[in-house]
Design a protein around this ligand. Structure first.
Ligand SMILES: Nc1ncnc2c1ncn2[C@@H]1O[C@H](COP(=O)(O)OP(=O)(O)OP(=O)(O)O)[C@@H](O)[C@H]1O
Length: 224
């Protein structure tokens, strides 16, 4: 679905990484780890065509991302759910409306509110649906961001440090949700520093661990 072939990227002429190749196939589960500043967020942005590779080729569902026009990128992005690192919301809209936004933007409706109700129950936010985002805890925000990322029923979920600022118990809960999505056939890629989270996941899912370091992407060893 998403393929990177010999991809490189740099900001302001400074090469961050080069010659990276990977493929996100249906039902796959990947972790992307590596030191702060290695380029994990940048790599995710290349996967959803927020950035264009300066070298190599990114292919989204068989089409070269660099050659896609805005409409084609928008269509491809509907198949990708992104949980951003800072998980920002529109603070003046209730949580439920924030979660529905990607559907609205795609010109679709949640007929009868069924999807929203099920999603809220799934992430455990039914009672918080009418609250404003600034009233949520860190873990609640992360779960709302995950619900927003999957409301359009995407084929791929890209999560950037989804457990960044939350406690271990809540991290486990989020991980369980992501594993459930994967069992439904979705490809999942999680960028994280948290090696304990990766170890916990490996007990439940056949995850590949990729390590981005010094401009190279390597498969992590059996120690993880
Ligand atoms: N818009 C930008 N302009 C210039 N440099 C940038 C930009 N975005 C990121 N960088 C730089 O690129 C490098 C990689 O950033 P990126 O956010 O991809 O790393 P990361 O591995 O996700 O880091 P972290 O784990 O801390 O989130 C960093 O040195 C960062 O300062």
């Amino acid at each position: 679905m998403i393929e990177l072939d010999g991809v490189g990227y740099g900001y302001g002429g400074r090469t961050l990484f080069s010659d990276l190749s990977m493929a996100l196939a249906p039902g796959s589960f990947h972790f992307l780890t590596g030191p702060s500043g290695a380029g994990k967020t940048t790599l995710l942005k290349l996967c959803y065509a927020e950035l264009t590779a300066t070298e190599g080729r990114v292919t989204l569902w068989g089409r070269d991302a660099a050659a896609m026009d805005r409409d084609a990128v928008a269509l491809a992005r509907r198949r990708i759910g992104v949980v951003h690192q800072d998980c920002q919301f529109l603070d003046h809209l209730p949580v439920s409306e924030n979660i529905l936004l990607p559907l609205t933007v795609a010109g679709r409706q949640d007929e009868g509110g069924q999807n929203l109700r099920e999603l809220l129950a799934w992430v455990g936010l039914t009672a918080q649906a009418g609250r404003l985002p600034p009233e949520l805890s860190g873990g609640e925000r992360q779960r709302a961001a995950l619900a927003r990322a999957v409301i359009t029923s995407p084929d791929v979920i890209l999560a950037d440090e989804p457990t960044g600022n939350i406690d271990w118990e809540m991290s486990q809960r989020l991980l369980t949700l992501l594993i459930e999505l994967n069992r439904m056939g979705k490809a999942v890629l999680i960028a994280t520093h948290d090696l304990n989270l990766i170890r916990a996941a490996k007990a439940h899912v056949a995850a590949r661990v990729l390590r981005l370091r010094d401009g190279r992407l390597l498969q992590a060893g059996a120690d993880l």
